[in-house]
Design a protein around this ligand. Structure first.
Ligand SMILES: [Zn+2]
Length: 220
């Protein structure tokens, strides 16, 4: 890890960034101020090591973002549901990306049972998920492997929860809906892994309709 920036440095960097952007395109901020129509909703972990705009070289206006500890989509969380509702019904995003990551502290704490304070409540669903797949994870040789695998299982579960919401179910009924993706960001390599969704299984559960166009098809 390099030198951490100071608080003052953040503000100086912002001045520099804004000046550079204006030099490239004098109207960039006035255009941004007029509104947004991002094609992507990103639901990721709050971890400081997966800044979605940086790792995908995206620009302001590209990605509508929700982040929380453990990239969870809880069906009782009015925060994530509001973001999802706005993204789907107002912004009409074309893709929803749920992104977990390796070396996730929340996933590790769920396995170890080591979270404290209110975080312990927040990640209880992750802990339950871990206990439900513990026999499978116990076959893996190291704790690191188990944390990686649970991060993968978790991101699929959270993408499944996206499909379960009335917001997405209603979008499926209209026929105009975003494509749903599950990513894992491998911090140690700086690379995103696009996890295939179990589309057929979810079809059989009536979570997604027959007409659903998955991410294997050509999409933009
Ligand atoms: Zn995390």
């Amino acid at each position: 890890m390099g030198l951490l920036p100071t608080y003052q440095k953040l503000l100086e960097n912002n001045q520099e960034w804004a000046a550079e952007k204006l030099a490239e395109d004098k109207d960039c901020f006035s255009r941004l101020a007029n509104g947004q129509s991002p094609p992507f909703l990103f639901i990721g972990c709050s971890d400081s090591r997966n800044p979605i705009e940086t790792i995908t070289q995206s620009q302001p206006g590209d990605i509508f973002v929700h982040r929380n500890i453990g990239n969870q989509v809880l069906l009782t969380d009015v925060n994530v549901l509001s973001v999802l509702d706005y993204a789907v019904n107002v912004l009409q995003v074309r893709h929803i990306i749920v992104c977990g990551h390796y070396n996730c502290g929340a996933v590790g704490a769920a396995i170890m049972g080591s979270a404290s304070g209110i975080v312990n409540n927040w990640i209880d669903g992750l802990r339950e998920l871990y206990l439900s797949v513990k026999p499978e994870l116990d076959l893996l040789p190291t704790t690191e492997d188990r944390i990686k695998r649970l991060a993968e299982i978790n991101v699929l579960k959270q993408a499944k929860n996206v499909c379960k919401t009335s917001i997405i179910q209603n979008a499926f009924l209209t026929g105009r809906y975003p494509v749903i993706h599950a990513w894992i960001f491998d911090i140690s390599k700086g690379l995103i892994k696009d996890q295939p969704l179990p589309i057929e299984e979810w079809r059989q559960l009536d979570l997604i309709p027959d007409h659903y166009v998955g991410h294997s098809q050509a999409i933009s």
